[in-house]
Design a protein around this ligand. Structure first.
Ligand code: ZN
Length: 380
């Protein structure tokens, strides 16, 4: 009897853990959500533009950020900031600057950001990874070797990245602070980057102010023609122009009368509309991220209405993003979404869904497929 009991106990001891293992395995298989469809039901938006880290490479843990996304954000682009604000004791003494406006000391390209982002992504479970779309940013767009860096990152971390950006060419107060050669829209180094993006299917998120800070109103924005020329040279590269070219002090272009011709010059909405109508720019999209941009759009009901009409007319060409930097709490993270309420109210249900969710899914899923195929065709 004793032997039988002992045998039974031994058998149970052996069988139970196996059973548990089988159950766990089955459970994990059946509980595993299908790839790319893990967004919570009824979420508010996908975030096409957000920075996990700040100008000194600090930010929330990726799990903390995922928690912040919660059930309000389906998927999110994943990148830091390619530029590091140096801490110059000669400049700010014991004060440690964490933003580019807090010091005169230069910024420099911090390429380790790509490894940091890849490792953070890889630390997640497959279901958690499915909610992120990592982007490569740690390259200097004025360096002819930048494209080689991007290739190296793809080879070092296959199966991770889907795009490049947000990287900046012209950005108020930033461009002139970067160590080394100033980036330019006409630099062949940038052409090499965008050639590779087209070839590999990398989605491009580019920041380029349409104009100089405090520009003269009524004149064509300084960088508009160069930007359009660049985009037209790279029609294979699916591109998002961040903030519609606006910025902290890069105001929407106002309508003006040219002294010489008495012809009316177009305003910002008209400039964007002309680009949307141009068949040579069909690969270009715009994001309306950044509270510094939202402030222009909601400042005046007439402007809100005109932007809403534009989006309603071209609903597949706009994306929403927060552009929050290292967000740590819901109040900070969802501020811009609430700020845009007047705009949401004027969008058609279809345009609203496309801007907040569907365009993201279309563009980022396409990039996932293309970049994975490129990686398979170009093994290490
Ligand atoms: Zn940004």
């Amino acid at each position: 009897m004793k032997i039988t009991t002992r045998l039974r106990q031994t058998a149970l001891r052996l069988v139970l853990p196996c059973l548990a293992l089988v159950l766990v395995a089955c459970g994990s298989v059946s509980a595993k959500p299908p790839r790319w469809t893990t967004a919570p039901e009824g979420y508010d938006f996908n975030d096409a533009h957000v920075h996990l880290t700040n100008y000194v490479q600090e930010g929330p843990d990726i799990r903390g950020f995922l928690e912040l996304m919660g059930n309000r954000v389906g998927r999110s682009a994943l990148f830091g900031i390619p530029l590091q604000q140096s801490w110059s004791y000669q400049n700010s003494g014991a004060y440690a600057p964490s933003y580019y406006l807090q010091s005169d000391a230069p910024l420099y390209y911090y390429s380790f950001t790509d490894a940091y982002i890849a490792m953070a992504y890889r630390s997640l479970s497959p279901a958690q990874q499915a909610r992120f779309d990592p982007m490569i940013t740690g390259f200097n767009p004025a360096d002819m070797y930048a494209a080689d860096h991007i290739r190296r990152v793809l080879r070092a971390f296959p199966g991770v990245f889907v795009g490049i950006g947000e990287f900046s060419i012209h950005k108020e107060f930033v461009s002139s602070k970067v160590s080394g050669e100033v980036a330019s829209l006409t630099n062949p180094a940038l052409d090499r980057i965008l050639d590779l993006a087209g070839e590999a299917g990398l989605l491009v998120l580019i920041h380029n102010d349409i104009d100089m800070p405090f520009a003269k109103q009524g004149a064509e924005p300084v960088y508009l023609t160069q930007m359009k020329d660049l985009l037209k040279r790279h029609r294979n590269a699916t591109t998002i122009w961040a903030h519609m070219g606006l910025g902290r002090v890069i105001r929407p272009v106002q309508r003006g009368i040219s002294d010489a011709t008495t012809e009316r010059s177009p305003d910002h909405v008209e400039l964007v509309e002309a680009m949307l109508e141009d068949p040579a720019l069909g690969h270009v999209h715009f994001d309306i991220s950044w509270d510094e941009v939202a402030k222009y759009i909601v400042a005046d009901p007439d402007e809100t209405r005109r932007v809403a009409e534009l989006i309603n007319h071209y609903p597949d060409r706009f994306l929403f993003g927060t552009d929050e930097v290292a967000p740590r709490d819901p109040k900070q993270y969802f501020k811009i979404y609430e700020q845009y309420r007047p705009l949401w109210e004027q969008l058609t249900p279809e345009a609203s869904a496309m801007l907040r969710k569907e365009n993201y899914v279309r563009l980022f899923d396409q990039a996932r497929r293309k970049v994975r195929a490129f990686e398979t065709a170009h093994p290490r």
